[in-house]
Design a protein around this ligand. Structure first.
Ligand SMILES: Nc1nc2c(c(=O)[nH]1)N[C@H]1C(S)=C(S)[C@@H](COP(=O)(O)O)O[C@H]1N2
Ligand SMILES: [Mo]
Length: 157
């Protein structure tokens, strides 16, 4: 049997779109080209059940706000940014929100990363590459989105 197709690995691509100036499509190599930051190790815990999931090592990745700046969220000449929220989707449709103020106007922003490595080892798809992690969250599993696929900027009315 020819199993060529079954062995093709699919490189994850993160799309940033919605109400941005320049929609982006970024693979892991592109993510590595941006400035990076790291998070201290932490325990991943589920918000719903309180269940301890696992200990996570030192993530490294791009601050989400750096990617949003690259996509052009701030529009000169208007104040839409104050009403902008970001909907982040995993490959499976799991979705969480962030607000412009949270990311750009509080200390949460510096700790919200799109991670591509952990303990100096590259993440792969089975690890959830790329992982969106809100490092300042008290209970982190809900905003620890595995296989982040898309972020849309939405200006609320
Ligand atoms: N893509 C994606 N990421 C996700 C979820 C999901 O359903 N899809 N569930 C979240 C929740 S609620 C929990 S508790 C953890 C579960 O982590 P685990 O699947 O590694 O046990 O993943 C989080 N990240
Ligand atoms: Mo959860």
């Amino acid at each position: 049997m020819d199993d060529t197709l079954a062995t093709v690995s699919i490189e994850p691509v993160l799309a940033i779109g919605g109400q941005v100036e320049w929609p982006l499509r970024l693979d892991a190599a592109a993510l590595r080209g941006f400035e990076s930051a790291s998070l201290e190790p932490f325990d991943l815990r589920c918000f719903t059940t309180g269940r301890f999931i696992r200990r996570i090592g030192e993530y490294r990745g791009v601050p989400l706000r750096v990617l949003l700046d690259a996509a052009g969220v701030r529009r000169p000449g208007n104040t839409d940014f104050k009403r902008t929220v970001f909907l982040a989707h995993g490959h499976d449709g799991y979705a969480v929100t962030f607000s412009w103020h949270e990311l750009f106007n509080t200390p949460i922003g510096a700790r919200t990363l799109v991670a591509y490595a952990c303990d100096d080892r590259p993440l792969d798809i089975d690890d959830g590459l790329p992982v969106l992690v809100a490092g300042a969250d008290t209970v982190r599993a809900p905003r620890h989105v595995k296989r982040l696929a898309r972020i849309d900027a939405i200006v609320l009315r």
